[in-house]
Design a protein around this ligand. Structure first.
Ligand code: P1T
Length: 391
């Protein structure tokens, strides 16, 4: 029985939930239970653990932690965000339909379009910021509505409460991929979502040193199905990965505050730059989703996208021209990253109608000094788009 932190603030829960001192040694930090199996005193008589695909105490601590952060009854952890996504689709039957955001991580699209659809599950894309379009996109056989907010890579904002309300009386469950916000900034279950999904690779882990995923929810029957498939399909995280994620989560609130402050300053600086066409950041007051974001998020997180004048070639040159921002896929770590979605994270949506613009660049704004970040972008833009930068 672990201590109950329900009434504590999220900053306190991020440090303590699911992490009582080790009962045998008093260790303050839960051990990495690096074991595949557990001894039984007699057949079927054990301390609650049989085999580490089924359960592992370090993973149990992570489950309790993330459930606490999201305000959910339960959480289940997986070997990656996509393994978590796949596990949720085990709730579906052939003939069912998924309504998917038209702006979503390319790998989520690829999994649903190229893998899940082979098993008789249909899907269609919709702009989730348009509630009328969501209503029109629902079919009698829709069983999952898949929302990201902010979206990847355009940082569109979906009204979670609005989508949840229009699903009243429909059998479809609402999944919110909360990877870009993190539970510190946004808690979709409190806004009516049925399930929350994270790539814990990103802000929860926070240090670009571990790949993982989680699903969080309140529905016990869904838990039983997902828990069965977590074990039956077996895409579980190892104990060290769970421990790294728990370690990262302890600083989530302070990291997210600084990610958000740095990203806002970067977005404002980019908006002033002549070589930049459009800046996508929900913290800018003229972002079309700003009001909804201000309502459902504590702050606007650390992701910024923008288009450069000069299209594909200029964008490719900017992405390769930064020194503080590393050119890499992924996001949510302490170090700043830059990428070209069209050729990297969203290559798999090419030719689908949901592709991104060739001039689009995505930033994961890290925790370096914001002056260094802005100076780095200025020098990369000046080198890639010299005529415009000189104006
Ligand atoms: O990479 P993985 O841990 O399997 O998580 C997949 C995933 C799910 N949801 C969102 C919103 C994501 O952004 C991702 C992974 N995204 C990247 C690797 C990226 O650079 O966008």
């Amino acid at each position: 029985m672990t201590a109950d932190w329900t009434d504590s603030a999220i900053e306190t829960r991020a440090i303590h939930a699911g992490q009582d001192p080790d009962p045998t040694t008093g260790a303050v930090i839960p051990p990495i239970y690096q074991t595949s199996t557990y001894v039984q005193e007699a057949v079927g008589v054990h301390k609650g653990f049989e085999y580490s695909r089924t359960d592992n105490p370090t993973r149990t601590a992570l489950h309790q932690m993330v459930a606490s952060l999201e305000g959910g009854e339960w959480a289940l952890a997986y070997a990656s965000g996509l393994a978590a996504t796949q596990n949720l689709t085990y709730l579906l039957e052939p003939g069912d339909h998924i309504l998917l955001s038209d702006d979503a991580y390319g790998g989520t699209y690829r999994l649903i379009a190229k893998v899940i659809s082979r098993y008789g599950v249909d899907f269609s894309l919709v702009d989730m910021t348009d509630l009328d379009a969501v209503r029109a996109g629902l079919r009698p056989e829709t069983r999952l509505v898949w929302v990201e907010t902010p979206t990847n890579p355009y940082l569109k904002i979906v009204d979670i409460r609005g989508v949840a309300d229009l699903l009243q009386g429909h059998p479809a469950k609402l999944v919110v991929d909360n990877t870009f916000a993190s539970p510190y900034l946004q808690q979709p279950l409190r806004l009516g979502a049925d399930f929350v999904l994270h790539s814990t690779t990103k802000y929860l882990g926070g240090h670009s040193d571990v790949v993982g995923g989680v699903v969080v929810g309140n529905d016990r029957a869904a838990y039983d199905t997902l828990k069965f498939h977590q074990n039956a399909a077996g895409a579980v995280p190892g104990p060290f990965d769970c421990w790294l994620t728990l370690r990262g989560i302890k600083t989530l609130p302070v990291r997210m505050d600084r990610h958000s402050a740095n990203a806002r300053a970067v977005a404002e600086a980019l908006r002033e730059h002549d070589a930049v066409e459009r800046v996508f950041y929900p913290g800018l007051t003229d972002h079309p989703g700003h009001d909804v974001a201000a309502r459902q998020m504590r702050d606007f997180s650390g992701m910024v996208s923008f288009t450069v004048r000069g299209g594909f070639e200029a964008a490719t040159a900017v992405a390769a021209g930064t020194r503080v921002f590393s050119l890499a896929e992924s996001l949510g770590g302490v170090e700043s990253l830059i990428e070209h979605p069209g050729q990297m994270t969203h290559l798999s949506v090419a030719g689908t109608g949901a592709e991104v613009e060739p001039g689009l660049i995505r930033l994961s704004v890290g925790l370096e000094h914001v002056d260094d970040l802005i100076a780095d972008l200025h020098q990369a833009l000046a080198a890639a788009v010299p005529a415009l930068a000189a104006r």
